[in-house]
Design a protein around this ligand. Structure first.
Ligand SMILES: [Zn+2]
Length: 699
């Protein structure tokens, strides 16, 4: 899954047990792939400005009561074709690209400066090493040769465990399976060891199990890709087809034993606390003590195994597959996961399969873009320190925090007013609401990267050392109390998340910029857009999944049986509504997968509307540019989502993305808000006017 880890890098390395509920799915996806250094644009000293309500993005020929998304975003869609190096293009994606140009200016400066502090040295040299393409080209496979040699020397299957440990450290991905630390689901103040499913090359287990023609085609293409990687390593052409078949067979067995994404939405499915002796009973063919010694885990008594059936399958495969096959499997995964950082032929093959074939990109991203992203991914809180100094003022922090507080007040009001919930459950919900930590902009305490050696002439060595630092940091949390100041996204990230075990909402500085949050614009579009995002993250604490965690972040029921039933009936309404929508071709939304996001989208916008009305109650709001304040709220809301997407990308997201496609994240929400038809004088019977008895209301 080389292409996906860099999409949600932090979500992967942090909290394995809890899903981080971000506002975006894969919109900002990017990674892999090589190109020459020439033709790079000049660095921009400031972020370009786009207003949070952009009239040129609208299509006023469309009827908002028929399609608010087209009315608000039709112009944007027309004026913003997908750039060749992107798999989709959106308001968020465009801001992210502007950010990359801005960050590139920071990194060029950091790379060239004569006098540098420790942070500037790290990010400057990391970036410079990445940009030194001739050096990367010359090294070829040298940077991972030691690991390849170690695989070649593997003598027997029982010797596998320390080798898997070593490779997991150096390559930072869930090679064979995932490991790390997690908050104890029963005591969120404690960190315990954690194991999870993993080991696949395709983006999801469903790719291995589905029977339709397209899935079969993808598997054929994947086999070709695996074969090609072995060829690039220099394997004899008489063996590569067999090697690819071996990798496919082993991965398919792992995939079949993996939880589906929908099953993983039930946090109880992922909770299996056990002792080492139990783990040894589950998978006796793997030498766990030797594995944990090799990783230098702190001593622990209890660990959580998220997918016990998966580890039973690993155990069977250890018995069934000879050592030569394990070498083949590991060699492929080591090289495939490193490919974005290796010489051009590996970079190109990685692009051709993961980004071009699977997701529809037409061209590779220029090298500087990839290098900026790798710097953010590997040293995000170093780069972030310089970034926030330039873009995130105390005034901006104060004004966004004020908006957060207003939206939390709206949630409190909303809970108190609910006509379907008992006073007991309401009291619990309010306690949870008041316990939420608001994290805005950047962490109070920056991550200390001083142990990571960054060398200007050793790019993939730098990547390995940075990944190993992250892996060790994660592992060393075992047995330690939880650090509530920690962030799961870097400050430049254009995204936000809620973490149910931390019970916190996190808004990086990157997402609090125009056009998403625009200090120059009136409140209506700002509340519609960023206010809705804040409400969205807040509502995640109370969606079908987040609502199972209590105020402390423990997996503990705080609902009366009757209230829970009523809640489930209400979320069922949302699930049924979204199941009707088409993603691409004949593929419907998997609304059991998107339910949490759909509930959060609806709740978020309702809260934003309430908070905006409250914030502006003493103001005499007037129409601007022919739009009433209420219309500006809804157009501002819709314009966060303006996007163009390639069909390949949509097809992939239909399987992997818990978020619904853009147009439904707009039209699917307003159809459940009575304020919307009132704002546009819509008439009964129009597509975005639901009969009252069919309106879905959760929060
Ligand atoms: Zn979300």
């Amino acid at each position: 899954m080389s292409d996906f880890e860099s999409v949600h890098p932090k979500a992967n390395m942090k909290n394995r047990f809890a899903v981080l509920f971000s506002v975006l799915g894969l919109l900002l996806a990017s990674s892999a792939v090589g190109q020459t250094l020439s033709g790079s644009p000049a660095a921009s000293p400031v972020l370009p400005y786009t207003p949070s309500l952009d009239l040129s993005a609208m299509d006023r020929s469309a009827d908002p009561c028929v399609d608010l998304y087209q009315y608000s975003c039709g112009g944007w869609k027309q004026h913003n074709p997908i750039p060749a190096d992107q798999t989709s293009w959106s308001v968020y994606g465009k801001l992210y690209q502007d950010n990359l140009i801005f960050l590139r200016g920071i990194l060029d400066e950091a790379a060239a400066a004569a006098e540098r502090d420790a942070v500037t040295q790290k990010i400057g040299d990391f970036y410079a090493a990445c940009m030194d393409e001739p050096a990367v080209e010359k090294r070829g496979l040298a940077a991972i040769q030691a690991e390849l040699d170690a695989i070649a020397q593997l003598k027997s299957v029982p010797d596998l465990s320390p080798l898997v440990a070593r490779l997991q450290l150096a390559f930072g991905r869930s090679l064979l399976f995932g490991n790390g630390s997690t908050q104890d689901p029963d005591d969120s103040e404690q960190q315990i060891a954690d194991l999870d499913q993993g080991g696949l090359g395709l983006p999801d287990r469903d790719y291995y199990t589905k029977d339709d023609a397209k899935s079969k085609e993808i598997r054929e293409r994947y086999l070709e890709h695996v074969q090609k990687v072995f060829e690039l390593m220099g394997d004899s052409s008489s063996t590569t087809a067999d090697h690819a078949a071996t990798v496919m067979r082993m991965e398919t067995a792992l995939a079949k034993a993996s939880w589906t994404r929908v099953e993983r939405r039930n946090p109880y499915n992922l909770k299996h606390k056990m002792k080492m002796a139990d783990l040894a009973g589950l998978a006796p063919n793997f030498n766990w003590p030797s594995y944990y010694r090799a990783l230098q885990y702190p001593k622990f008594e209890i660990l959580n195994v998220e997918a016990p059936e998966f580890f039973k399958q690993v155990n069977s495969e250890l018995a069934a597959e000879p050592v030569e096959n394990w070498k083949t499997y590991l060699r492929f995964h080591v090289v495939d996961s490193s490919s974005p950082y290796l010489s051009a032929k590996f970079v190109e093959e990685n692009f051709a399969f993961y980004r071009q074939y699977l997701r529809g990109a037409k061209a590779m991203q220029p090298r500087w873009k990839r290098c900026v992203q790798y710097t953010d991914f590997n040293l995000g809180e170093a780069l972030g320190q310089v970034y926030v100094r330039k873009v995130f003022s105390p005034a901006l922090k104060a004004s966004t925090l004020d908006m957060v507080r207003r939206i939390e007040d709206a949630m409190g009001q909303r809970i108190r007013q609910l006509d379907w919930m008992s006073p007991e459950t309401k009291a619990q919900a309010l306690t949870k609401l008041h316990s939420i930590r608001n994290k805005i902009g950047y962490p109070d305490q920056w991550r200390d990267y001083s142990p990571v050696k960054i060398a200007r002439d050793d790019f993939d060595g730098d990547v390995q050392r940075a990944l190993e630092f992250e892996r060790r940091r994660d592992i060393n949390k075992v047995g330690q109390p939880v650090d509530h100041g920690e962030w799961g996204m870097s400050p430049p990230t254009v995204n936000a998340y809620y973490n149910p075990q931390m019970n916190d909402i996190n808004f990086p500085a990157g997402v609090l910029q125009p056009p998403l949050y625009d200090a120059k614009m009136d409140d209506a579009p700002n509340y519609g857009d960023t206010g809705g995002t804040i409400g969205h993250e807040l509502t995640h604490g109370f969606d079908d999944q987040g609502s199972q965690f209590d105020a402390k972040g423990n997996l503990k029921n705080w609902w009366t049986k009757d209230d829970r039933e009523k809640f489930d009936n209400r979320t069922q309404c949302v699930e049924d509504q979204y199941a009707q929508y088409i993603v691409v071709d004949d593929i419907h939304i998997n609304s059991k997968l998107t339910l949490g996001e759909d509930v959060a989208d609806l709740g978020g916008e309702i809260l934003a509307y309430m908070a905006w009305k409250d914030a502006s109650k003493d103001q005499h709001l007037q129409s601007i540019d022919g739009l009433t304040p209420e219309q500006r709220f809804f157009v501002g809301f819709a314009q966060w989502a303006c996007a163009n997407e390639r069909p390949e990308e949509l097809r992939m997201r239909a399987i992997t993305d818990p978020h619904s496609p853009a147009q439904y994240r707009v039209n699917g929400v307003v159809v459940n808000m009575s304020e919307f038809p009132a704002a546009f004088s819509c008439k009964a019977g129009q597509p975005l006017v639901k009969p009252t008895e069919k309106v879905c209301k959760v929060w």
